[in-house]
Design a protein around this ligand. Structure first.
Ligand code: ZN
Length: 270
């Protein structure tokens, strides 16, 4: 279930635990389906014994279907971290971040906003040209749970179409704005071939936190397989991601960490 290559587990590693439910007196399939937010047909499908007889009784174990999940961490058997930058591209911070990554020989992942890609195609092209990975972060950064399915799909597709127009292909990674998304929406994304990527470590750089704080927060949260959240866009005021970045790279490298893109982090085979 966890694609482990070894029986040794490490501190900080996240494990997926199979979800089961033991039926109590008075339970009905309807009650259980409400409790877990899944349909009765999904419940039946995931528990063959119930599926065949349609009967449940106290003490019986039922499998709760796995919901469409977000990916918030990579394989933790290697000392690797994925730096991610959200909300660009733009022409102030993006070129500076790219320059630092180039100098340090680090590849990262950028979750871009469609309307900004349209406005700053050259910066998007540069991100791509320099070997970084580009993901879809919606057209205009909406709060996804408020969208209709049609609005949701149009938003995702217009963004990927814009990205494809500029760099020649569509992304297959997606990150929801504010990290908020409905399970139904994750399912739609999966069906369209996207993987939904959250994060393990939030630098909170968007709050205007000073560089020292960004660095220490990430150092504290660093562990093998971590996906770190930063931004390459800021409306106004103090924004010290650029200042923090060289120090983050140098200090974590000194601890033995390697920086990789999200797809590399998620591939559990070398
Ligand atoms: Zn964002």
């Amino acid at each position: 279930m966890n694609n482990l290559d070894t029986t040794i587990i490490e501190p900080g590693q996240s494990l997926e635990i199979p979800k089961t439910y033991i039926i109590r007196k008075g339970d009905t399939l309807y009650k259980i389906s409400i409790k877990f937010g899944v349909s009765i047909s999904e419940l039946l499908e995931s528990t063959p014994t119930v599926k065949d007889s349609n009967l449940i009784y106290p003490g019986q174990i039922i499998n709760v279907p796995k919901k469409n999940e977000m990916i918030s961490m990579g394989n933790s058997s290697e000392k690797r971290i994925a730096l991610t930058f959200d909300d660009g591209p733009e022409n102030i911070y993006t070129p500076q971040i790219l320059e630092i990554l180039r100098q340090k020989g680090v590849k990262a992942t950028f979750f871009v906003v469609g309307e900004r890609a349209k406005k700053y195609p050259e910066q998007l092209r540069q991100i791509y040209r320099e070997g970084h990975v580009i993901g879809n972060h919606t057209w205009d950064h909406p709060h996804l749970p408020e969208l209709t399915d049609q609005q949701f799909n149009e938003n995702i597709q217009s963004t990927s179409a814009e990205i494809e127009k500029i760099i020649g292909f569509k992304p297959d990674l997606f990150r929801p704005p504010f990290g908020e998304i409905e399970d139904r929406q994750i399912a739609m994304l999966n069906k369209q071939g996207y993987r939904s990527i959250m994060w393990t470590a939030d630098t909170k750089d968007w709050t205007g936190a000073p560089a020292e704080e960004i660095v220490s927060r990430l150092k504290q949260d660093a562990s093998p397989g971590v996906i770190a959240l930063q931004h390459n866009y800021h409306v106004a005021g103090q924004f010290e991601t650029v200042k923090a970045l060289p120090q983050i790279i140098d200090e974590l490298r000194a601890q033995g960490y390697e920086f990789v893109t999200v797809p590399t982090l998620l591939g559990h085979k070398k």
